[in-house]
Design a protein around this ligand. Sequence first.
Ligand SMILES: [Zn+2]
Length: 265
Amino acid sequence: MKTKSLKNLATTVLVCFATTATAGSPHWNHTEESTWWAAEDTSQQLPLKFPYATCGVGKHQSPIDLGAATLDGSKSLNKVAAQYGTDTTPVFYNSGHGVQVNTSTDYSGALKIGDESFPLIQFHFHEPSEHVIGDKKFPAELHFVHINADGRIAVLATAIDIGAENAAFQTVLNNVPHGEGERNENSGITFDPAALLPDLNPEDLDYYTFAGSLTTPPCSEGVQWYLLPKIITISSAQLEQLKGFYTNNARSPQSLNGRTVLSTQ
Ligand SMILES: [Zn+2]
């Protein structure tokens, strides 16, 4: 029961992150990313007056350019397993910033990092990709967001390229509402997020990992990122459908500030 209530709390926190209409949280959009830090909450005094200040002053911001980072494949890293399974009542959600699916409160799917379990809270899509490799960008990117019992966040990310049609992605497109902030809670659809993972052993994932942040306001740091070395595909028609919801909802690469990217390979 304790785990469940913590998860409910975590869901509330993330929904607040993603909702534009929350009282006191300034509105933001992707075209103004260079000034997110300066968004004012006029109902607050300093130091709470600039709730997105970390977007500007943080030193471990996401996303990053992997082509510019120092890669280190020599360290012994935690075994990471994506243990998701079917959610019988997922919530298809138009967050106002992207296409998203929130897991239900009784969902037990999680990312296992070493001995620690990070429950899957939601997953969402960016168009184009947020992480880049030099001047190489992918058409889209998928983020699985997990929060553990201590409130620490881990994001598993995979790039999306154009190729074969993706049936699981189509289910998401067909069920997310088109109105900003709207949620579809009673679709009757069951969904296994593992259907969106690339062709890797889910019980022992290869990955690139580094310290980062949320890529949207409030840009909170302390987020551990796990980027998968394999991609998934969607068809060009599906990419157009995704753009029909949101386009250019990707933050630019942020300064590395000396960060190293560790790799299992
Ligand atoms: Zn994201």
